[in-house]
Design a protein around this ligand. Structure first.
Ligand code: ZN
Ligand code: CU
Length: 485
């Protein structure tokens, strides 16, 4: 009997996510799974698409996001990701997660990247997961639990110090509960002032909860500048102490005096990888973005404001111009703008390329979806790697580019049957034109969907169509490391 599918994409150039060479094939989808890959000439389907040689890849996995809240607000909120071909997002990075802590007043930075107190209503990860099940996102969600969220809860807001043993035990216990409820790992943001106060021992004491379940330890390291090698050592030591894999977030060598030092950091990570599991994510831009910390401003690092509570009209403007207009020093202008966020032009393009090209890298946007004038990485990351870096600069093959955003990421995060195109895998898919795919979001016009991303499917359902936008589908699921479903 002839195979009958819900959807068949005919004559696609398949990038299967493993890094293997592309091949021409038909791909059939039934329900939420890929039913067949090959010559499906005898098969029929509800819907047939003539791909005419255009590229079909596994849906991209955004290894590093702050979409904890965005996944709760419906299809429009995730347009920034679906229009890039992303079908799964890892939330809860940099020590910041929307659970398990409730807030009654504005959360301290950087927790406020996710919104004001009205969004902080999840006292447990189970409550967050329940909301996600009741009002599903259009994309799949993989969740990490943030150290700062745990700290604020366990230390009752008094976070400018190391936690006591009792507080660390409470954090460990809360983390263990969240892992049992479907979270996949633990993230820290030791770079940020309140979390800087946490010594390595505190982090290890909390991370101990990961050991039994093999959860991931993911970190925005203490220092990405002068002490970046020391920070890599600390990260490896934490993973080693609790015997779990580690992921270094948005790997970079920050600040002009550290430009070029990826020639030191990458070999150090490779040496670590010979002993233990260590990987990293990276975004394809030479500027970062986070909350504005006035005391850390420098004359030699240009800053663009992305949001400001007291001065929303300054979003999109350079801090130096604002300071000149106000007749102030940078730091004073920064104080007046806060709470605020900004883009920091603090990296070297050669480092960005070296880190992107490294075999251990995964692509993660680190996009900030609630910023009024966001860093262009929010809308541009994946098409920029495919178009600018792989096709135009030939930094690596398109197969490798796709692998860094699919199969490799799924393997590191332990996402069963995702990140690959093969019979039986989940039908998370993206159809794109390899000749025209490119990012259009810029530092001047950051909110623009990519060119060349034609359609995106999540668990077999069409989630985004080029020129039409997000569909009404909400087929995303909570996906847990090491579990199928
Ligand atoms: Zn970070
Ligand atoms: Cu981040």
């Amino acid at each position: 009997m002839a195979l009958r599918c819900d959807l068949i994409l005919r004559d696609a150039t398949v990038f299967d996510g493993t890094g293997a060479p592309r091949f021409r094939a038909d791909v059939g989808v039934t329900g939420d799974r890929i039913a067949a890959v090959g010559d499906l000439g005898a098969a029929t389907a509800e819907r047939e698409i003539a791909a005419n040689g255009r590229a079909l890849a596994p849906g991209f996995i955004d290894a590093h996001t702050h979409d904890d809240r965005a996944v709760l607000c419906g299809p429009e909120c995730m347009l920034c990701k679906m229009s890039q071909g992303a079908t799964t997002v890892v939330v809860g990075n940099c020590g910041i997660s929307l659970s398990p802590v409730r807030m009654t007043r504005r959360p301290p930075p950087p927790l406020d990247l996710l919104g004001d107190e009205s969004w902080w209503t999840f006292g447990s990860f189970a409550e967050y997961a329940e909301r996600l099940a009741r009002e599903p996102s259009p994309v799949n969600t993989v969740a990490l639990i943030g150290h700062m969220s745990l700290r604020v809860e366990a230390m009752q807001g008094d976070t400018q110090r190391a936690a006591t043993d009792g507080e660390a035990m409470r954090m460990r216990q809360r983390l263990a509960e969240a892992l049992a409820e479907g979270a996949s790992g633990f993230s820290t943001g030791l770079y940020y002032p309140p979390n800087m106060m946490a010594p390595t021992d505190e982090v290890i004491a909390v991370a101990e909860a990961l050991r039994d379940v093999g959860g991931l330890y993911v970190t925005h390291m203490r220092d990405e500048g002068r002490e970046v090698l020391t920070s890599i050592e600390e990260t490896l030591a934490i993973g080693h102490a609790v015997d779990v894999p580690v992921v270094i977030s948005h790997h970079k060598c920050a600040m002009p005096e550290n430009y070029g030092r990826s020639v030191e950091t990458l070999p150090r990570i490779e040496a670590g990888a010979a002993r233990q599991a260590v990987d990293f994510d990276v975004y394809p831009y030479a500027a970062g973005s986070t909350v504005l910390m006035p005391s850390r401003l420098r004359e030699d690092v240009p800053v663009k404001i992305t949001w400001s509570i007291p001065h929303p009209e300054m979003a999109g403007r350079m801090l130096a111009d604002i300071a000149a207009e106000w007749g102030m020093e940078l730091e004073a202008a920064g104080e007046r703008l806060g709470p605020a966020g900004a883009i920091f032009f603090q990296m070297d393009e050669q480092d960005v390329q070296r880190i992107l090209a490294h075999e251990r890298s995964m692509i993660g946007s680190d996009g900030l979806p609630h910023d009024s004038f966001p860093h262009p990485r929010l809308w541009g990351t994946f098409p920029r790697v495919l178009g600018h870096y792989a096709r135009d600069l030939n930094l690596f093959s398109l197969e490798t580019a796709v692998h860094k955003m699919t199969g490799r990421t799924a393997a590191v995060f332990g996402l069963a049957d995702r990140g690959v195109i093969r019979e039986g895998a989940y039908a998370d898919l993206v159809l794109f034109d390899p000749d025209t795919v490119r990012d259009t979001a810029t530092y001047e016009q950051p909110i623009r969907p990519a060119d060349g991303i034609l359609e995106t499917w999540v668990n077999g359902q069409s989630a985004y169509v080029h020129g039409q936008g997000a569909t009404a589908a909400r087929a995303g699921r909570l996906v847990t490391r090491g579990r199928n479903g």
